[in-house]
Design a protein around this ligand. Sequence first.
Ligand code: FAD
Length: 462
Amino acid sequence: MTQLAETGFDALRAALEGTVLAPGEDGYDEARRLWNSEHNRLPAVITQVRSAADVQVAVRYAVAEGLEIAVRGGAHSPHGLASVDGGLMIDLSRMNQVTVDPETRRARAGGGALLGDLDAAAQEHGLAVPVGMVSHTGIGGLTLGGGIGFLTRMHGLSIDNLASVQIVTADGSIMRAAEDENPDLFWAVRGGGGNFGVVTEFEFRLHRVGPIVHYGMAFWSLEQGAEMLRAARELIPALPREVNVVIVCVNAPPAPFVPAEHHFKPGYALVVVGFGSPEQHAEAMTQVRGLLPPLFEFATPMPYVAVQQLIDEPNAWGSYHYEKGAYLEELSDGAIEVITEHFPRKTAPLSVTILYHLDTGYLETADDATAFGGQRSERYVLFAIATTPTLDALEAERAWTRTFWDALQPYTPDIGSYVNGLYEADEARLRASYGDKFDRLVAIKRKYDPDNVFRRNQNIKP
Ligand code: FAD
């Protein structure tokens, strides 16, 4: 490695199977782009790695050269953590292979795979694992922070279905972590983010899902919001576990099933995804309709992979973002008042507020079994997400998000949140998110990364 350090990028190029990009070179600008256009970072070097051995070379090179490391999975961290000014970016996007063994119901996904890569490969065999709701998000960041999606009610978080990881640690070791091998590291990567190394492969346990599932959506006006949410909070936990309802405060899309007079109007939607029988989903939709007559509704059988791509486009690359997340122990009258007062104050059409109800499958893994940043008690996780087409417009939306979040504080257990939704992850917020687990995470960080080589993440300082 000393030799690499002395001779610079040429030696790095020679040592890597993948590509090395320096400023000004073809492909550099494309490779450094991040999902959130707010962050325009200029790494000194980008390594487009192809293997764990490549990652090992890149980590050792960066350490020897004193370059700060950024690890890029799907590049969706809203805070732009996947890149770094003047440092070395380890771009995992070429490591996106997914292999599925239908016999053992296991999938192995490269550290740079996207949700869509994993969904597509697993669904070829009628299998799936809980991941998030936008298919161009990275498995890497999503899983390391927890991973919440439509299947969470059935089968828990992504990390609850993780069997092992291959990980390159700060000294360049390539290690395996699982319940029976380096269990402390395996505990820490299930929720502790990218603090402990670069995960080059995730091994998941899969479940039978679809391939056809049932999608439904009902939409109410701003004026109907509070009444609908008060009724929905009784219904959502009472539905069978195969039916997952996500609350989305959003502008109605100009979709064929939306009457023209409602196109682009803000309001409150319940998205109802059914993994059981058509009758079960139809019954759930009847109950949803019975809450309060919606302005419009829509229900159809749909391939699971299509459900997973439904909101890809409104979340496409190229916009400017800010977000704040909070846990709500219940959807109290007070919380509903705050939501229905603040959501309509957004100014950008694509800004949304999303509430996932965490229960059933989420509660079946013991709180201390993983490092997940959030108690395993029934709760909502709320995200207020600002999305604007220009940087100029972002400031007003950022202010909207912050004011909204401040107003929610009396209804949240503390300042902690799901770490994948923490934009400003200072130590107080991380401590509040991880609770009793924080000190254990610090001890494991000291063991595997005493010099804080991996710090462009929700950083747990050694
Ligand atoms: P990156 O920016 O590449 O990485 C995020 C962090 O993880 C960085 O610190 C990075 O260094 C680290 N990292 C990434 N890959 C690795 C790896 N292989 N090894 C080590 N460290 C790594 N979350 C949910 O739970 N459910 C959702 O439904 C959901 N929907 C989302 C939709 C959108 C449009 C967006 C932008 C985010 C969403 N999220 C969701 C949040 C998402 O989980 C986080 O933003 C996550 O960090 C994204 O991971 P990434 O790999 O794409 O991002």
